[in-house]
Design a protein around this ligand. Structure first.
Ligand code: DGL
Length: 261
């Protein structure tokens, strides 16, 4: 069967574009409907109940647009999927689970995670990695400000560099790491700053893993589309301008439409 319905992608803001970029690269015949809740970013400094309510309205919005599955391109929201969103009929993909699979598959003995304060406080990375292999050591660092700085889209190099330096200094003081997960989808937008700060570290962007998982799901649930002219539509509760800037920065193909809602 051919299923031309779009794939839904959600994030609190522009960070999920790092996942949409990989979807566009690896699954070019799939249409995408993206929603970013830039009005309410950062989710990472909110309560669990607030995040659950905001994320549920995004999932419902995507379902109204007739998506065939939802890719949660947000680590912060992924921490609460199992607790709050198991009542949906369509698959909801959790980026932290796919990142944990990567760690285990690559037999990492120790891994660092830099993510939002909320993601780190939930211990979701620790739990999901240890469930797969309890011998792996995880070293964490939470950031209250990096995602919102990036989402604002008018950051200076210096501002990003100083926050990246702060978090790298903190995490490396906790352990001699070789692998660090960028555990917030906003961070790969400034991956070059992490690499400049610490060229010896392998920074892991879970976006690719999540998209490979989506690829397998399309086969498993018989959901694959073969759209010769696939579309990419972005909805935002914020401003179009931020998306234009990020699309340039990420060297992505132009979306068909950006809609302010
Ligand atoms: N991009 C989101 C993540 O992956 C969170 C940013 C935020 O705090 O809203 O966690």
């Amino acid at each position: 069967m051919v299923d031309h319905r779009p794939i839904g992608v959600l994030d609190s803001g522009v960070g999920g574009l790092t996942v949409a970029r990989e979807l566009r690269n690896y699954l070019p015949n799939e249409s995408i409907i993206y929603i970013g809740d830039n009005k309410n970013v950062p989710y990472g400094n909110r309560t669990e109940e607030e995040i659950a309510e905001l994320a549920r309205s995004m999932i419902d919005f995507l379902i109204q647009k007739d998506v065939k599955l939802v890719v949660v391109a947000c680590n912060t929201v992924s921490t609460i999927i199992d607790k709050y969103f198991s009542d949906y009929d369509i698959p909801i993909v959790n980026i932290i689970k796919t990142a944990a699979d990567y760690v285990v598959r690559n037999q990492l003995k120790e891994v660092g995670v830099i993510a939002t304060k909320f993601t780190i406080a939930t211990g979701a990375y620790d739990k999901l990695i240890k469930e797969r292999d309890s011998s792996i050591n995880i070293i964490s660092e939470g950031s209250a400000n990096l995602a919102s700085l990036i989402d604002g889209a008018n950051f200076t190099d210096q501002e990003v560099e100083s926050l990246v330096d702060l978090h790298m200094t903190n995490i490396l003081a906790k352990g001699d790491l070789k692998n660090i997960i960028l555990g917030c989808t906003h961070y790969p937008i400034v991956a070059d700053k992490f690499k400049e700060r610490s060229p010896e570290i392998n920074f892991i962007d879970p976006a690719y893993e999540e998209v490979m998982y989506v690829d397998r799901l399309l086969t498993e649930y018989d959901l694959r589309g073969y759209n010769e002219k696939s579309t990419f539509i972005i909805y935002t509760s914020g401003k179009k301008a931020a998306y234009r800037k990020m699309i340039d920065l990420l060297a992505m193909k132009e979306p068909d439409k950006i809609v302010e809602i």
